[in-house]
Design a protein around this ligand. Structure first.
Ligand SMILES: NC(=O)c1ccc[n+]([C@@H]2O[C@H](COP(=O)([O-])OP(=O)(O)OC[C@H]3O[C@@H](n4cnc5c(N)ncnc54)[C@H](OP(=O)(O)O)[C@@H]3O)[C@@H](O)[C@H]2O)c1
Length: 341
C-alpha cells in the first residue's frame, strides 16, 4: 500500500523529512479494531511535534497522521458498532501507526460515523480538534452543550482561527457563550467571525484594554489554545471569580497556580486528546460517542467543517507542504489532503 512516513527526524525543508513509501497492507483486524481504507487526512501540530528533528532512526518507517476519514474494510471479532462499507472519521491513537497510509487499524471505540452531509475531505478536518474542544469544554470543564445556562457569559478563546479554536468557537457559541476570539491578522479575524465569534481582539496587543473597549471587564471562561506560559498572568487577571481556564499546550516553564488563581477559585482544566487512547482508559468509547454526536450536529446544520484548504493528494510532497505551513504558526482552520494518486 501507499504510505507517507519517516525514517529520520529532519527539518521539514529536507526532502527526506517525509517519504513516499510502499508498505505491506495491514492484515485482518483483531479484537475491537477496524481496518479502514483512508480517503482523506488532516494535519495537526501533533504531527510536527512528533516529527521534530532529533537523532533517532525508525526501522520500519514511522507513519504519522491523526485525523482521517475513510471506509471500513473489515472488522475485528469484537467489533459491535461498525460493519464493512461504513463511512467513518476518527483521530485514533498517537501510540499506534497513523493515518498517512492507504489502510489503517483503529479501535472502534475511537471512531465515529462520518457526517453524511460532508465529503471525506471536509470530514477529515474535524475529529482531532472537535474531540479536543468537546472534551475540554464539556467533560473536563463543568459546562453544558445543550442548555442555555451560559447565556450572557463570556468565553475568551486565545488562538481562535487555529484548528482547535475554529471548532471551539462553534461549540461555545452553541452552548450560549458570547465568544471573544483572538486573531492577529485580518484574514484570521474574519475566519473567527465566520466560525461564530461575536468579537475578535488581537493577541499581539494587550488584551485587557481591548476587552474593556468592548465593555467586558472579566470573562467567565478562557481557553488558551496557543501559549500556556505567555497568557497565564493576563488570564489570571481577566478571569472572573469561580471562572475556568482550559489548557492544551505543554508549558515551557513552571506555572504559578496561586493568587490570583487561588483567591478567585479558578478551575484549571487540562485537555490531552490522546489521554484516553494512550492510557487505555475504560471510558475511551466516549470518543466514539462524541464523534457520532458531532456527526449528527453537522448533519443538522448546527456545526460546520473547519476545512480551509485542500492541498491535493496524500503524498510526501503535499504533507511536507502542510507541515511547513503548520510550523509557521499561521494556519487558518484545517488543511486537508485527499485521495491517493
Ligand atoms: N492537548 C491536546 O489534546 C491538543 C489537541 C490539539 C492541539 N493541541 C495544541 O494546541 C495548539 C493549537 O493547535 P491548533 O491545531 O489549533 O494549531 P494551529 O491550527 O496551527 O493554530 C494556528 C493559529 O494559531 C494562532 N496563533 C499563532 N501564534 C499565536 C499566539 N502567540 N497567540 C495566539 N494565537 C496564536 C494563529 O492566529 P494568527 O495567525 O491570527 O496570529 C493561527 O491562526 C498546538 O500547540 C497543538 O499542539 C493540543
Amino acid at each position: 500500500m501507499k504510505a507517507v512516513g519517516l525514517t529520520q527526524y529532519l527539518p521539514i525543508d529536507d526532502p527526506a523529512a517525509l517519504l513516499d513509501l510502499n508498505l505491506a497492507q495491514p492484515g485482518p483486524p483483531t479484537g475491537s479494531d477496524l481496518l479502514v481504507r483512508v480517503q482523506a487526512v488532516s494535519v495537526n501540530p501533533v504531527d510536527t511535534k512528533q516529527r521534530a528533528p532529533r537523532a533517532q532512526q525508525e526501522d520500519p518507517p514511522r507513519i504519522l497522521g491523526y485525523d482521517a476519514a475513510g471506509i471500513v474494510e473489515a472488522v475485528g471479532p469484537d467489533v459491535t458498532a461498525f460493519a464493512p462499507g461504513d463511512e467513518v472519521y476518527y483521530a485514533g491513537d498517537v501510540t499506534r501507526p497513523g493515518c498517512n497510509a492507504q489502510w489503517q487499524w483503529v479501535d472502534e471505540r475511537l471512531v465515529g460515523r462520518k457526517p453524511a452531509t460532508l465529503d471525506f475531505a471536509d470530514a477529515a478536518a474535524l475529529p482531532l480538534t472537535v474531540l479536543t474542544a468537546w472534551e475540554l469544554l464539556f467533560q473536563r470543564m463543568p459546562l453544558q452543550f445543550d442548555d442555555r445556562r451560559h447565556a450572557g457569559q463570556v468565553m475568551l478563546i486565545i488562538g481562535g482561527a487555529g484548528g482547535v479554536g475554529s471548532i471551539a468557537i462553534q461549540l461555545a457559541r452553541h452552548a450560549g457563550f458570547t465568544v471573544v476570539a483572538t486573531a492577529s491578522r485580518p484574514a484570521s479575524a474574519d475566519w473567527c467571525r465566520q466560525m461564530g465569534a461575536a468579537h475578535v481582539i488581537d493577541h499581539r496587543q494587550p488584551l485587557p484594554p481591548q476587552l474593556q473597549a468592548l465593555g467586558i471587564e472579566q470573562v467567565q471562561v478562557a481557553l488558551n489554545l496557543a501559549d500556556t506560559d505567555h497568557y497565564w498572568e493576563v488570564l489570571g487577571e481577566l478571569l472572573a471569580p469561580q471562572g475556568h481556564v482550559g489548557l492544551v499546550v505543554e508549558p515551557r516553564g513552571a506555572l504559578r497556580i496561586g493568587d490570583p488563581y487561588k483567591a478567585k477559585c479558578i478551575g484549571i482544566h487540562w485537555e490531552f486528546m490522546f489521554a484516553r487512547a494512550k492510557f487505555r482508559t475504560d471510558d475511551r468509547i466516549e470518543q466514539h460517542r462524541i464523534l457520532s454526536r458531532v456527526a449528527s450536529l453537522v448533519d443538522a446544520g448546527e456545526l460546520r467543517s473547519t476545512r480551509s484548504a485542500q492541498l491535493g493528494a496524500i503524498n510526501a510532497a503535499n504533507l511536507r507542504q502542510a507541515h511547513r505551513q503548520l510550523e509557521s504558526g499561521s494556519v487558518i482552520g484545517k488543511l486537508v489532503l485527499a485521495g491517493w494518486e
